[in-house]
Design a protein around this ligand. Sequence first.
Ligand code: C2E
Ligand code: C2E
Ligand code: C2E
Length: 88
Amino acid sequence: GVRHEPTSKIVLDLERLYDEASEELAYVARYARAIQQQRGDYNGRVLSIRADDLRALAIVYDASPSGLIERLNEHGVLVADPRAFFAS
Ligand code: C2E
Ligand code: C2E
Ligand code: C2E
C-alpha cells in the first residue's frame, strides 16, 4: 500500500498569526485568510489546514513541509492540541 508520513493535524493560532508583525509569515497569513473565506469560517480562533495546502505553502518558502512546520513553531503560531487550547 501507499505509505504516508505520520503527520498530525495542522492547526493555526489565528490571533497570533495575524498579530505577528514578521514579514516571514505574510504568505501564511494571506493563505489562512483565503481559506477562511472559502469555508466561510470567520469566527474561529484557530484554523485547521489541509496537509496539501501546507505542502504548497512550503514550496513558496523554499522549505520542506516539516521545515515549514518547524518555522511556524518557532513563531508560536501552531496549536498542538486545539481542545487543550480552549480548556486553558
Ligand atoms: P470542496 O473541496 O469540494 O469541499 C466541499 C465540502 O466538503 C467542504 O465545504 C467541507 O464541508 C467538506 N470537506 C472537504 N474536504 C474536507 C476535509 O478534509 N475535512 C473536512 N472537515 N471537510 C472537508 P467548505 O468547507 O464550505 O469548503 C468549500 C470549498 O472551499 C471546498 O470545496 C474547497 O474548494 C474550498 N476549500 C475550503 N477549505 C479549503 C482548504 O483548506 N484548502 C483548499 N485548497 N480549498 C478549500
Ligand atoms: P469543535 O468545533 O467543538 O469540534 C470538536 C471536535 O469535533 C474536533 O476536535 C473534531 O474532533 C470534531 N470535528 C468538528 N468538526 C469537524 C469536522 O469538520 N471534521 C472532522 N473530521 N471532525 C470535526 P478538534 O479537531 O481537536 O478541534 C477542537 C476545537 O478546535 C473545535 O471544537 C473548534 O472549536 C476548534 N477548531 C479546530 N479546527 C478549526 C477550524 O478549522 N476552524 C474553526 N473555526 N475552529 C476550529
Ligand atoms: P479532518 O476533517 O479531521 O480530516 C482529516 C483528513 O481526512 C483530511 O486531511 C483528508 O485527508 C481526509 N478528508 C476528510 N474529509 C474529506 C473530504 O471531504 N474529501 C477528501 N478528499 N478528504 C477528506 P487534510 O486534508 O490534511 O485536512 C486536515 C484538516 O483540515 C481537516 O481535518 C479539517 O479540519 C480541515 N479541512 C481541510 N479541508 C477542509 C475543507 O474543505 N473545509 C473545512 N471546513 N475544513 C477543512
